[in-house]
Write a protein that binds this ligand. Sequence first.
Ligand code: FAD
Length: 432
Amino acid sequence: KVTLFWFRRDLRLSDNIGLFTAYENEKNVLPLFIFDENILEKLENKNDARVQFIHNQVKKLHSALKDYDSSILVKIGKPLAIFEALTKAYAIQNVYTNRDYEPYARDRDEKIEQFLAEKDIPFYDFKDQVIFEKDEITNNSGSYYKVFTPYSKSWLQKLKQTTLTPVDLDGRKKSFYKTQPFPLPSLKDLGFKTSENSIPPLEIDEKLIRAYDKNRDFPARQGTSRLGIHLRFGTISIRRLVSEAHELNDTYLNELIWREFYMMILYHNPALVDTSFKEKYDRIRWDNNEELFQKWCEGKTGYPLVDAGMRELNTTGYMHNRVRMLTASFLTKHLLIDWRWGEAYFASKLLDYELASNNGGWQWAAGTGTDAQPYFRIFNPESQMKKFDKDKKYIKKWIPEYGSSAYPKPIVEHKQARERALETYKKALDGE
Ligand code: FAD
């Protein structure tokens, strides 16, 4: 009899709550990873660096499990069908995993749990990806918070009563299923190729985090941690990072709280995937001009800080937060293009793409979200540049033709675009 431990976005052995619990409570723990075709099929770019990243991490797990005389079973397919096959191939006693809060994942897990229940196989899931989930942080009347500041206060309060001590496997071999290493599919077997994008290293740079509040707003500086992709796929433990952040820098910790806030908001509002948090805003009549959208995607709007950001994204799969805010605001307000278009574009490119934060960030910029930027506050791309890239270091890095005639003229005029946005938003909100 085996216990399956199903890895998803928690690709590490250390301080992994679900894995640790299985290891403590069960014998013959058999690790499993599924390359989910439902997800892979949607990725148009076959050089997607995220798939390569996951593949590499699975390879590392495969190698680390040799120390336990064990291995990881790696499958490619639709998860339910894989579980159907696994129940035939193994005598499965129970299944352990860590919880995922995205709508697709919840639906998938529910179906698998039901299928397993029919076979009397319990499905145990654990909180691992966040410090606080679902309804753990609520207001005095027991409802979830819809605004960040009181949520973060309550979150910090609760952190005081919470232990973040890591749970680590102690090297006991007996808990794992004994096997020779299983074969590992190659990237090619998955239908993917290697990518040229480089992945930021998994390292908590203490010096950087200590100075985070001073440097984080300037895109030309190495002022942020670049740990997004590691948080997304769980190659770092959030408990470990929060313990460090708590010691090192409150502003940094605050950003990690934003991450959990958006996950909690999405958990309570799965419809946010394609609707505005403030429903009235779905009455906005977007202009949705495809040609202008294309120019925005390519970084050819004639607004240097916007263009530098988009080119950084297209080249590296990363964009600095300050510039994410500006490019998103520019798309939705200056160009009056639906935030869903921009969100989908970011989702296809960002290595650290995280549904909850991307959706939250876009809805914030478009003015449609929880703590949103009020619609009448419209970033001025010129003054943002003067404030945050006054030496034009970031701009020149990404726009080699900056200042020459080859650089495009602005595709919209700031004042006019601003007026048009104000009018359009106002109309929608007045219900005209
Ligand atoms: P750091 O500044 O070093 O922060 C550390 C970690 O805190 C980040 O890795 C992230 O997990 C979290 N974090 C930081 N800022 C935020 C925030 N505002 N909201 C939620 N979590 C935050 N973040 C994503 O992780 N994935 C996304 O797909 C994403 N899309 C965004 C889209 C828009 C339009 C905007 C305005 C923001 C988006 N963000 C997203 C938030 C933020 O820009 C990134 O988390 C950050 O820039 C990642 O760089 P870093 O790892 O160096 O972050």
